[in-house]
Design a protein around this ligand. Sequence first.
Ligand code: SF4
Length: 140
Amino acid sequence: MKTIQTTCPYCGTGCNLDLHVENNRITGATPVKNHPVNDGELCLKGLYGWEFVHSSARLTKPLIRKKDGVFSKEGVLEESTWEEALDLMAEKINHVKKSYGPDAFMGLSSARCTNEENYIFQKFFRQVLGTNNVDHCARL
Ligand code: SF4
């Protein structure tokens, strides 16, 4: 069994824990003792909330709602490639920006992202989309 120290991703507190891994599967978690954030404690999410990692219900490929092979709001979700999904997103974002201006967008980031991910998120909204309409779920 391997033990891997990591930071709990459930909230912004930043508790540290040891994940116990056997045959490439997480079998449990224990809190890191003497850590400055959680000092040997974890809440229920950090202690037991790891089954999702190996869930067969997790999305592993992008899905696009399609009808007759093309995007349609009335279509059904179909697996696609990342290239196709990103091209569609870029096309829709450009269309909205051109038609309604940058302030047509609003971004709400997540406490479950890292600081770096949140930084990139707000940078994308401000620099690429051109709007300051960006916030974080912790302020809701
Ligand atoms: S263990 Fe609980 S309090 Fe600590 S980071 Fe995870 S979710 Fe937050």
